[in-house]
Design a protein around this ligand. Structure first.
Ligand SMILES: [Zn+2]
Ligand SMILES: [Zn+2]
Length: 361
């Protein structure tokens, strides 16, 4: 059921191009290879899709492309499909996940020194499917793409475990690994009796992911981490602390500080630091987080832009339901590969390219 919800979530990521029925194009279907296509054609970020393939029920859990089972596609244990384009980059086996986790921790240790290494270096790393999150109702260390736990014996010996969602793209998984690694480090180093706000802990873990992606020069990941509404305020404010004092200051603060968050520990900032609560969910959610242009729909002189599954003609104003609430969107102009929108809360017009996502402030 969980995977079905996930599939439903991405069902509207596509655009359609209706050509006049008789006219043939130079489009070939990227799913079945058929072409040149005529009639109704759907345009995705990977290319054209014939109408037959568009009607397929199975969709790639990562990009929403319709998939024909078995034709170069992959399937996770819980029934999520991965298209042939994303399959190259999706991590589906535990050995690959272990390697990515090891690389991430090594890079973090060389970035921040032995102070960010684990005293008990053994970590069991595994991949799990979506259903796992529904079964584990725990909130500690749990977030969307990974889970970490540390078992501490009375003598202080730690045993670490990390599980990460299967079928993520390599870079996403590396960012998740860096996040979960920071959880383990905090588990080891947080003195008994010291309490840090849950949201501050998550922000520190996201900062670890940010640093790794920054060192690896992954601008798309940096953008994702900073713009993610769950971490938005928290990561930005924590980066102010880091810019001023360095990442090691943050690590020392975990070990030697006494306050539950950064608001009360430092006066080095003109404005008080507000760390927003991070609310992670253990289930796929039905509403999109960001505005996304699925694509364009052309039919004769009629043009529509499909934004989060809602079709807009130029000049139309409609409400789009996002996780943060409904926003009013006016479609200013529909261009060849993009759309120009007036969005409630944005003073300047927002340009969205096909497949592009934009988080709102
Ligand atoms: Zn096809
Ligand atoms: Zn895909």
């Amino acid at each position: 059921m969980t995977s079905l919800r996930l599939l439903a979530l991405i069902l509207f990521l596509f655009a359609a191009v209706f050509n006049s029925a008789a006219e043939e194009t130079n489009y070939f279907c990227v799913v079945c290879g058929q072409g040149p296509l005529g009639g109704r054609i759907w345009i995705s970020k990977w290319g054209a899709i014939c109408d037959d393939c568009y009607k397929l029920e199975n969709r790639c859990a990562l990009c929403g492309l319709p998939v024909r089972e078995g034709e170069g596609t992959a399937k996770t244990g819980d029934g999520r499909f991965i298209c042939k384009f994303d399959k190259k980059d999706a991590v589906l086996d535990a050995d690959a996940a272990k390697e990515i986790f090891t690389d991430a921790r090594q890079d973090l240790a060389s970035l921040f020194g032995p102070g960010f290494a684990l005293q008990f270096p053994e970590v069991s790393v595994n991949l799990f499917d979506v259903d796992y999150w529904s079964e584990k109702g725990r909130s500690d260390g749990l977030h969307k793409f990974g889970f970490s736990s540390t078992h501490k014996t009375p003598s202080g010996k730690c045993t670490h475990q990390v599980v990460m969602l299967s079928g993520q793209l390599r870079d996403n998984l590396a960012a998740t690994a860096a996040h979960e690694y920071a959880h383990l480090w905090i588990n080891e180093n947080l003195p008994a009796g010291r309490v840090i706000d849950g949201d501050t802990v998550e922000a520190i873990c996201e900062l670890s992911a940010y640093e790794l992606m920054d060192a690896r020069k992954r601008p798309a990941q940096l953008k994702r981490i900073l713009e993610n509404p769950y971490t938005h305020g928290a990561i930005l404010k924590l980066r102010e602390v880091e810019r001023e004092h360095g990442f090691r200051f943050v690590l020392n603060w975990v070990k030697e500080g006494s306050a539950p968050n950064f608001e009360t520990t430092t006066t080095a900032f003109a404005a008080p630091i507000k760390i927003l609560a991070l609310t992670f969910t253990n289930k796929p959610v039905p509403l999109p987080e960001a505005l996304k242009l699925g694509g364009l729909l052309l039919e004769g002189q009629m043009r529509h832009a499909i934004v989060c599954g809602v079709a807009f003609a130029a000049g139309e104003t409609k409400k789009i339901k996002l996780q943060r609430g409904a926003v009013e969107v006016r479609c200013r102009e529909i261009r060849r590969n993009e759309v120009l929108l007036d969005v409630e809360g944005f003073s300047a017009p927002v340009t969205l390219k096909i497949g592009e996502e934009k988080y709102l402030p």
